[in-house]
Design a protein around this ligand. Sequence first.
Ligand code: NOJ
Length: 747
Amino acid sequence: MKKYSRTLLFVLACSATMHAQKAKKTNIKPRNEFIPELMAKMTVDEKIAQLVQFTADGTVTGPKSGNNFIDEIKKGNVGSILNATGVKYTGELQKLNMDNSRLKIPLLFGYDVIHGYRTIFPITLGETASWDLAAVELGAKVAADESAASGIHWTFAPMVDISRDPRWGRVSEGAGEDTFLGSKMAFARVKGFQGNDLMSLNSILACTKHFAAYGAAEAGRDYNTVDMSERVLREVYLPPFKATVDAGVATFMTSFNEIAGVPSTGSKFLVNGILKKEWGFNGFVVTDYTGINEMVPHGYAKDEAHAGELALTAGVDMDMVGGVFLKHLKLSLAEGKVTMAQIDDACRRVLEAKYDLGLFHDPYRYNDAKREKATITKKEYLDAALNVANKSFVLLKNSNNVLPLKKEQKVAFVGPLVSDEFNIIGSWAATGDRNGFAVSIQEGVNKLVADKSKVSFERGVEILKDDRSMIQKAIASAKNADVIVAVMGEFENMTGEAASRTNIDLPGIQKEFLAELKKLNKPVVLVLLNGRPLTLTWENENMDAILEAWYPGTMGGDAIAQTLYGMNNPGGKLPMTFPRNVGQVPIYYNHKNTGRPYLGAKDPEQKYKSRYTDSDNSPLYPFGYGLSYTTFEYSNLKLSSSALNANGKLKVTVDVANTGNYDGEEVVQLYVKDVVGSVTRPVRELKGFKKLLIKKGAKQTVEFELSPDDLRFYNIDMKFVAEPGDFEVFVGGNSDAALNSKFVLVI
Ligand code: NOJ
C-alpha cells in the first residue's frame, strides 16, 4: 500500500504542477493588487452578493430554502452555490453568472465531499480507524481530484468535531473521541483536499467544520445545546480546528449549536476572537445551512436582520442558504448596525479564495468534460478505495481463530446487508453510485470463492421491519454450512445529520435472528456495517467473531471478502469507545479519576464509589482497541531518563513482537498521565502512535519522543503550560495498555 500510495501521490503532484503552471501563464495581476483594484470598482450590492450562498436543486442537504437560485444568479446576487455538481451543470450556472456579472466575478461551487466524490472511501470514522495518516490523506486527495474534475471548487470537509456520545448520528462523519488523533487526522485531510497549491486543478478548498463543539450536543441529540468550561473547549474540542489552520485550511464553517448561551454563528468570542485574531486565520467563514436565521429560534436575535448583524459582527463572512445578508445587510449598513469595513473584510476574504483557485484566471478551469470522464472512478482510485477500506476494519472478537475463513469451508452468508450495494457506501456519500456500482459483500465473496457450492447468501431479516418470513430459508442454508457469517448493522441514513438514536443496539429483529443462528451450534461471525459505536454486549458474549467494517465505501464488498478470507489482516483500532450499554454514555477513555474512583470487584469499598449498581464502569471495547489475525506482545518499555528538563526530550522505547502466524499491522500507542496538576488531569491521554507492519516471528523496537510541549494543558490560570511533577507513561495496543513507567518533569 505504501509504495502504491507514493506512486499515486507522485502522479497527482506532477499533474498538479502542470496545471498550476498553465494557470500562471495568464497575465493577471498578483492577488494583492488584483483584489483591491476589483473591490474599488464594486458597489455595496456587489460586495454583499459575494457573501451570499444559495443551494441549487441537486443534492438536498437541509430544509427547503424557498430561494430561486437561478433568478438570484441572474440578478448578480450570488457569490457561491452549493449542491450543484458535474462539469456540465456547474458550467451552465457559471455561464449564467458570468453573463450577468458586471465585473465578471466567478461563482464558487461548494459541495459536501466528505469521504469521496464518486469513488467512495470508508466513512470518516471508519477511515480514522486505520490510524493511517497517509491513507487518510490519500482518500481526501482522490476525493479532491474527482470532485474538482466534476466542477467542484470547495468541499465542506473535514468535519473535526470531537464526540464522546455515540447517540449523536454525526459521529460517523468525524474522527471520534480523541483530540490528539483527531488533530492528526484533521491536518492530513486538509493536506489531502488542498494539496500544496490551490491553483492546481487537483485541489479544492477545504472547510473545517463545525466551529465549535457541535459534537458535545446535550444527550447526543442533533442541533442541541452545548455548555462546557472554556478549559474543556480549548483543551478537548478546539485543537483539531487549530490543526487545520496550521495545515493552511482555506475556509471554516460555524456550527448550529450554542455554547454557553451564544450560538456559534453569532459568537465574537469564537469567530473573530479565537479563530481570526488568536489563530490568525486568513480564509473566510461560512455559516452552516441557515445558521444565521436560526439565531432567532435560539432566542439570541430578535429578527433576521438582527441575526445578520450579529453574524457579520462576530466575524462570519458568508451566509449559507439563509438569504439574510442579501435581504438585510444593506439596510443594516445604512442604519449603522454594521460597518463598511466589516463588509469589505468579508468580501475580500471570499474574493481571495476565488483568486487562489484561479477562477479569475479562468472561471471554467474546473469544467473540462474530458478530464471529468477520465478522472471519475478511474482504476487507481478504485484500488486506493479498496486499500483504505481494508485498513479501516476493526476485529473486535475472534474466538478460536474462526477467522480467517478457508475456501474449503462451506459458509452461509446471511443478514439484511449481505447483498447490499446501497448502504455499504454510507451516509454523506456525495455523488457515490448506490445502484449497482458499489461492490456488495456477495459480489466480493463470489469473486474470491471459485467453488460456488461452498457459499450461500440469504437475507433472513430486514433491518427495521418485523418480518420473520425469510428466517427459515436462511436457517436452512446455515444448517448446511460449516461457518455462518451474519452481515448486519444500521441503514446508512440512521447515522449522519439529524440521525440521533437513544438506543444504539443492533436495530430491529437482527439480534433475535442471531440468537436463532447461535442455536445451530456452529461458529457465527458477525460483520457489522454501521456508523457509530453500537452496544454489542450480547453479541460479544454469543458470537464467535465480530468484524466492525463501518460503511467501507464503493469497494467495500471486495475488502470485506478479502479480509474474511485472510487476504487482508485487519489492523484497525477503534477511534471511539464502545459502551456496554447506552446508560454509560458519554463514555471516553480520557476521563477524570474522581475523588472516589471505583477499583472494580477487588475494591474493599463497594458502596460509596463512583460506579453504577447495574453495570461495570469499563466499556465493552476501549478506545484504541482492535485485534488482528496474529498476536503482538509488548515488552522492554524503557525511558531514556527518569527526568525530563524544560528544554529536554525523553525517548520512550518498547519492543513489539509478532507472536502469531500472520504478518500484521499494529498501531502502537503511547499514553501519558499527569499525576497531580493545578487542575485535575485525565487518567491518561494519547500522546503518540505509530503504525507498523511486523512480519510473523519478527520483533521491532518502536521509539517515541516526549518533550515538555507534549505535556501542556490549561492550568488554573488558563495558561497553556506543562507543570513540573510526576508523570506516568503507558504503551500498548489500546487505551487500556498496562505496560508502564514513570518520569519526573523538572522545570
Ligand atoms: C448542514 C450540515 O450541518 C453541514 O455539515 C453541511 O456541510 C451543510 N448542511 C451543507 O450541506
